[in-house]
Design a protein around this ligand. Structure first.
Ligand SMILES: Cc1cc2nc3c(=O)[nH]c(=O)nc-3n(C[C@H](O)[C@H](O)[C@H](O)COP(=O)(O)O)c2cc1C
Length: 185
């Protein structure tokens, strides 16, 4: 089994990166093969709305997301991570999300094998988890449309310092157990 991690924060070793990596660590311990993509270090464009993917089974653009989506097709589980920027996911993440339009056909039927497991990881500066919960909750709707089975949402708060998650043993443990659970039936 394979798990793929996607980091939508530009901060390497920031909170999202730390927690996505921890989920992948748990998945590895459960026997899954893992890989991780840092969106900020990849070259890709936003969706061009050309609708090519509705008459073909892939996106017309050929860039760094081509490989990511090929791995996503293979993966049994995907960990989607993004910081909260102005109530929403980061721009880097949203460009990738829009390109996932190529993963549904003209009848809006997912092209991905149904039932892939998903975990969402978010991190925000604010201490109140409820204030920014909507971003992940809305992305969960997109995941449902794409045929994913959402297993967990891990929400880090008070994350202005990039290493804040490292001091949150509860979050690290939660992330690792969520990853380990990806290997269970
Ligand atoms: C452009 C920008 C916008 C942000 N907007 C919000 C926000 O609306 N609410 C919030 O709680 N934190 C906000 N933050 C703080 C980040 O969400 C927070 O630092 C998060 O933990 C970053 O994750 P990272 O450590 O993985 O980069 C913002 C940060 C930046 C750089």
């Amino acid at each position: 089994m394979k798990a793929l991690g996607i980091v939508g924060s530009p901060r390497r070793n920031g909170n999202v990166d730390t927690l996505v990596s921890k989920v992948l660590e748990g998945a590895q311990e459960a026997g899954l093969e893992t890989s991780k993509y840092i969106l900020n270090e990849m070259n890709y464009s936003g969706c061009q709305a050309c609708e090519y993917c509705k008459s073909h089974d892939h996106c017309r653009l050929d860039d760094d997301l081509t490989e990511l989506f090929a791995e996503m097709k293979e993966a049994d589980a995907v960990v989607f991570g993004s910081p909260i920027y102005f109530f929403l996911f980061s721009g880097q993440f949203k460009l990738m999300q829009d390109r996932m339009y190529s993963l549904i056909d003209a009848a809006f039927v997912p092209r991905l094998r149904p039932g892939k497991r998903a975990i969402i990881v978010t991190s925000q500066g604010n201490a109140d988890v409820a204030s920014y919960a909507k971003a992940a909750d809305d992305f969960a709707l997109a995941l449902k449309m794409l045929g994913f089975e959402l297993k967990d949402i891990i929400r880090m708060v008070d994350g202005i310092a990039p290493d804040a998650a490292l001091a949150r043993k509860d979050m690290l443990d939660m992330a690792r157990s969520a990853g380990a659970a990806l290997g269970r039936e």
